[in-house]
Write a protein that binds this ligand. Sequence first.
Ligand SMILES: C[S@@+](CC[C@H](N)C(=O)[O-])C[C@H]1O[C@@H](n2cnc3c(N)ncnc32)[C@H](O)[C@@H]1O
Length: 264
Amino acid sequence: MSVPVEVIAHYAEGQEHARLTSGHGRLELWRTQDILLRNLPPAPARVLDVGGGPGIYAEWLAGLGYAVHVVDPVRLHVEQAASLAGVTAAVGDARALAERDATYDVVLALGPLYHLLERADRVRAWQEFGRVVVPGGLVAAAAISRYAALNDGLRKEVILDPSFRHVVEGNLTDGTHRNDACLPDRFTTAYFHHPDELAGEVADAGLLLRGVLGVECTAWLVATLPVMLDDPVRRGLLLDWLRRIEAEPTLLGVSSHLLVLASP
Ligand SMILES: C[S@@+](CC[C@H](N)C(=O)[O-])C[C@H]1O[C@@H](n2cnc3c(N)ncnc32)[C@H](O)[C@@H]1O
């Protein structure tokens, strides 16, 4: 069981921290936090952040009084997360967690699912999340929408570039995303879910689905989004509106990320 070398190499470049803290990426961060705050048990509670990257969510949760442990296959991420106050971290893989059964109140998995190309691996990861969380606890896992790269290409007006078509054809055909030419801004090896697939993976892992929510919903396609996010009043109004449409099934595929909530 190994993580593809190109995935490790992609994250070893150390770009992950900046992704969520600037420009459009802040919408993913603030919307994910908004959803989590409405669903997490109160602090102090034990959170296992699988695929926690450099620890942006871990640091935020530790600051709120949660006990957070990060697991990630990228050594740089583990070092970055372990340096944060109130956060511990170790190298590991979502499909074979070292943690004992029912030892966490919450499992966050904001990354691993979309780097597992095989359905059996994703179901295995869901089983592991369910195993380590207490009965009735929360598993919150992120997926990338099948249409995310296509919509991103429309937004950035690169959709007519032949190299773009080559990458996105795979997304639309079977959800696989590969960037064999290592083109900048085209991400790395991943699996992009159709929203309708998620319930089946959760059920096959023996977990109870609590909801599938759009994270950015339609708002990430707005060119002036960063300006809106800079202004706390307009940002607040935007977040209010997105709460209203986050669970609308006909809009899920338009969102870049989806957040799946489940319980053992
Ligand atoms: C896009 S980053 C997200 C990081 C962080 N969760 C966040 O949202 O800011 C995806 C993360 O998933 C991790 N990852 C990839 N494959 C994994 C696997 N099989 N098990 C656990 N984590 C994995 C990567 O190393 C990376 O840190």
